[in-house]
Ligand binder design. Structure first.
Ligand SMILES: [Zn+2]
Ligand SMILES: [Zn+2]
Length: 369
């Protein structure tokens, strides 16, 4: 899509979905934990006709990248005219599903109006807002060295936003050739002279031998966050996903939530994915080298049969203000896992360190008796 076209999209209202109840005309929300939409006015339920998505299938990477017009997507905004109240408004940057700011109606814009690649799968929300808040409170209480006032703050309710965040999932068969060294420990006896007397000491040394070899590894669903709106430090450490519950993408699952377009392009995403795979490959190489110590001099990896999929993952996103600083946290909308930034109480840390130091000192005094 050219820049001109991108600009046009933000001026003309875009086609979009606003799912309505067939019985009373009120808006429909995705019902958490179910494969259906529910009317918040009359309670009518409408099933979502989507199939379970097989997470072991993927799209070919190389041929797809060649077809991409934009390797890295532009920042984009949709202009929407609300079907319910008639107001016109812009969605926030890189967002394609949200609420109308005037009447609160759910709006979902089709992904293909701004991106060449549409999500293959969506992991629907399983955890409700209240459960997410409860997970957050438990997490705050479990933190070591957290200030007491923070624990009090946790008891308050925080505004929290249900957001679908795009992730790339990469598959690859890898073959790596390496060279390096294996270190083996051996002991020798050394003679030392202490106070004019000869004593023997056992010394451990390492004998290094050059080695080379090959390892292979099949990777499935190496997850890489495709959002820039939420810190990668948070989204990359969110690991507890049950991908087998993925559904084929349907915009109906997005009704009632915010949803982001991917902002990290496919090639850049694969670059990050390769970095994650490389770390795992190095661990395999160390195991292959064996011995007591390992050095890796060179690794040459071939990535074969690379596949990818684009998935929307459910996150409850929020932040809290503490000492005039914002700390963000995200809660897995499927499993309740909490990942967050957090403040530390330096008083608690210093007193803990002094406490340990005093134990060591007491131990030393006892050993001297
Ligand atoms: Zn209804
Ligand atoms: Zn509206």
């Amino acid at each position: 899509m050219s820049e001109q076209e991108t600009h046009d999209v933000s001026v003309k209202p875009v086609e979009h979905f606003q799912f309505e109840c067939k019985q009373c005309g009120f808006e429909l929300d995705h019902e958490i934990g179910k494969h259906s939409l529910i009317c918040r006015s009359c309670g009518a339920v409408e099933p979502i006709d989507s199939q379970n998505y097989n997470v072991f299938q993927s799209n070919p990477y190389e041929s797809t990248v060649l077809k991409l017009v934009n390797k890295e997507p532009n920042e984009s905004r949709f202009h929407v005219r609300c079907d319910t109240c008639g107001a016109g408004f812009d969605l926030s940057k890189d967002v394609h599903a949200d609420e109308c700011p005037y009447c609160g109606s759910n709006v979902v814009v089709p992904v293909n109006l701004q991106r060449q690649l549409v999500p293959d799968a969506v992991l629907p929300f399983d955890i409700k807002e209240e459960q997410a808040n409860e997970s957050f409170r438990k997490w705050i209480k479990s933190l070591w060295f957290a200030p007491n006032s923070l624990k009090r703050l946790a008891m308050r309710k925080h505004p929290i936003q249900g957001t679908y965040v795009p992730y790339w999932g990469f598959d690859a068969d890898t073959f790596s050739q390496y060279t390096g060294q294996r270190g083996t420990n051996y002991t020798t006896t050394k003679f030392v002279i202490v106070n004019g007397k000869t004593q023997t000491r056992v010394v451990t040394k390492i004998r290094w031998r050059s080695v080379s070899g090959r390892v292979s590894k099949e990777f499935d669903n190496v997850l890489v966050p495709a959002s820039e709106l939420i810190s990668h430090k948070l989204t990359q450490t969110m690991t507890e996903w049950n991908l087998t519950k993925s559904q084929e993408y349907s915009p109906k699952y997005l009704s009632g939530y915010k949803s982001e377009l991917y902002q990290v392009g496919l090639p850049r995403g694969f670059g990050v994915g390769k970095g994650i795979m490389a770390q795992i490959i190095r661990r395999l190489i160390r195991r292959d080298i064996g011995g007591d110590h390992q050095r890796i001099s060179s690794v040459n990896t071939i990535y074969d049969r690379v596949g990818f999929k684009l998935m929307l993952m459910p996150l409850w996103v929020s932040a809290f203000l503490y000492n005039k600083k914002t700390f963000r946290f995200i809660i897995n909308g499927q499993t309740g896992q909490v990942i967050g930034e957090r403040p530390y109480s330096w008083i608690k840390i210093v007193s803990f360190v002094l406490f340990i130091a005093s134990l060591v000192y007491i131990g030393y005094l006892i050993s001297q008796k």
